[in-house]
Design a protein. Sequence first.
Length: 132
Amino acid sequence: MNTDPIADYLTRIRNAASAGHRVVEIPSSNLKKEITKILFDQGYILSYQFNADTVQGTIKIALKYDKLTKEPVIKNIQRISTPGLRKYASATEMPRVLNGLGIAIVSTSKGVMTNKRARQENIGGEVLCFVY
């Protein structure tokens, strides 16, 4: 049994990107769907597909690579808030990832969003992960 499904999700993406896989398949949940949509909107993944063929469903993610160097677009994807140690940030102390070049995915009272959008809407929340 997996106690931290978000860490499992991030690890599967990290491992697939480092191994050079084109597609990774992950068990689905509502939070994972929201994170996947953010990664797609920010240009970190090529495409995604939600499948409801099983009871839980799956997410198929097509990873994105640089055309010239064949390096993965996601250089690092790191879990920040864990079940044992939650990390929260207010709107004023929202973290900047790689001096604004990366994103932090934040779970707020208005849903899951990037740190930039949370700062614009002036709301804080739990910092789930950093992506760059």
